[in-house]
Design a protein around this ligand. Sequence first.
Ligand code: FES
Length: 116
Amino acid sequence: MAKRKRYLFVCVNRRPDGTPKGSCAQRGSEQLHEQLKAKLKAAGLHATDVRACTSSCLDTCWVGPTIAVEPDHYFYGRVREEDVDEIVQAFVEDRVVERLVLGPEDFLEPRELKPK
Ligand code: FES
């Protein structure tokens, strides 16, 4: 397989139920990863352009599910199943789904989640 232009790192970290921080897997990221893989393949991007990989915690749990896009180095956050088609289409058109891109403030852990 060729080196892809982009690699997506979909956080599939799972924490125990009831953990205040929650986790991307609890919010459906495993299904998101499977959907991304299938839809990238259907779009013909999987072999040369974009590979959807899984990742451990990307330390942005509070805005998960989170996907790191490399080497572009931006993160999609709060991703839902209904966003997958738009994300894949954006790769087809070589653009970014701006409404899902995390800003600098999204990387700051909310005070109520910080260890006391
Ligand atoms: S659990 Fe996904 S970013 Fe932390």
